[in-house]
Design a protein around this ligand. Structure first.
Ligand code: SAM
Length: 376
């Protein structure tokens, strides 16, 4: 384990949750995500169905890259009859409880010891993974028949209307989004370090629909947004206050996360001076409430086939080429947090449409490591 832990440490950019500072940050982030989703999952009905008590069966849950352990402990309290296991390359500051334990495991070694044992496998904001596609396959192998897998990943930021990407800022376009610029560096740097952002993105674009072992009728995806900064006003004052609390936290949280981007920035060919400059601009960007943008989270999920399904795999629902997109944009006086997709075509179409809103400048910034745009 020691060798692979060293390699993984180089791949994972953030401090480990075993430090009080990072553990505390992940706890606060977890609480804000709970407030955002009004719970622990993007698909709560499906989770309730999969985890409902059944006589003679103990339900089991695996969290990949459990970080500070707060998600595991909350799930273990919500489902006291279930057994929860959180695995991570690093320890956290939590104690095991009667139905929740934490194990040290490097996910880059695969998940063989966990195969076939879980009703729910969950991975949120996991990065530093050498072969993400393999991880997705490994996660599905950890499921019992009918078990549910959920993956969540943070992404770039979008404009107020939620349907277009914010253009990335540069010295040529200083009024655009420095957060988007930061995200371009993270993706570029990650790719340069041998963790191709493209593979993560493709896995999320495709969801779980097409996997041989999955039940395509029980797959879905969600486009989730949260405001960066306290800028939202809705027609409901309680909702406005909730979204402003989340937005304010998220801007501060992002500033904290961005203190650890040196690996990605240097891999993307940036100097120390550039890093400092980006951080200053990013801080200014995040502190203003003038930029009405939202960070995106994509969630994908699916259930493994049950024994009956596996015997009769020929159940493909008809594919609707004109699958309509669900409602995405914010109406006046509202802020939409989550949009659910139950259809692969609509999800793929939506992802392609969103990416097609990337401006040529932003595209160029993402693809050119040595392209110096930091200074006027
Ligand atoms: C950004 S944190 C997210 C933590 C938690 N899932 C959450 O949402 O609060 C990512 C976690 O993945 C863990 N991690 C990164 N690479 C890993 C690996 N190869 N094996 C196991 N855990 C890993 C890190 O130690 C960290 O705790």
């Amino acid at each position: 384990m020691a060798d692979s832990e060293d390699t993984t440490k180089e791949l994972y950019s953030l401090p480990y949750a075993s430090s009080a500072d990072e553990g505390g940050r992940l706890d606060e982030q977890h609480n804000m995500l709970k407030l955002l989703l009004d719970g622990l999952f993007p698909c709560p009905e499906l989770v309730a169905k999969v985890l409902k008590d059944e006589e003679g069966r103990t339900k089991s849950i695996l969290d990949l890259g459990s970080g500070s352990g707060s998600w595991c402990l909350d799930v273990s309290n919500q489902f006291p009859q279930a057994q929860v296991v959180g695995i991570d390359i690093a320890s956290n500051l939590q104690r095991n409880t009667s139905n929740c334990r934490f194990e040290l495991w490097d996910i880059n070694q695969g998940l063989l010891p966990f195969h076939g044992q879980f009703d729910l496998v969950h991975a949120r904001f996991l990065h530093g993974i050498i072969n993400h596609h393999n991880l997705i396959l490994e996660a599905t192998k950890c499921l019992k028949p009918g078990g549910l897998v959920i993956f969540l990943r943070a992404g770039p930021n979008v404009t107020e209307g939620r349907t277009a990407l914010m253009p990335a800022a540069s010295s040529r376009m200083p009024d655009q989004s420095w957060y988007q610029r930061f995200w371009s560096f993270v993706e570029l740097g990650s790719t340069q370090r041998g963790l191709p952002a493209e593979i993560y993105n493709r896995d999320y674009d495709e969801g779980f629909w097409d996997y041989e072992t999955m039940d395509e009728k029980m797959c879905g995806a969600a486009f989730i947004t949260l405001p960066i900064g306290a800028w939202v006003t809705t027609s409901n004052p309680t909702e406005t206050a909730r979204l402003r609390t989340i937005g304010k936290f998220w801007a501060e949280n992002t500033m904290r996360v961005c203190r650890h981007i040196d690996h990605e920035m240097s891999a993307a060919g940036r100097s120390e001076k550039d890093i400092e400059l980006l951080q200053t601009r990013l801080d200014n960007d995040l502190q203003t409430t003038q930029t009405h943008s939202s960070m995106t989270i994509r969630a994908i999920w699916g259930c493994a086939q049950s024994v009956e399904d596996a015997n009769s795999r020929n159940h493909s629902p008809p594919r609707d080429e004109d699958a309509p997109l669900p409602l995405l944009s914010n109406e006046p006086g509202e802020y939409r947090v989550i949009t659910i997709f139950d259809n692969k075509l609509a999800w793929t179409k939506f992802n392609a449409q969103l990416m097609s809103t990337m401006t040529p400048d932003t595209k160029e910034l993402r693809e050119t490591p040595g392209f110096d745009l930091m200074e006027a």
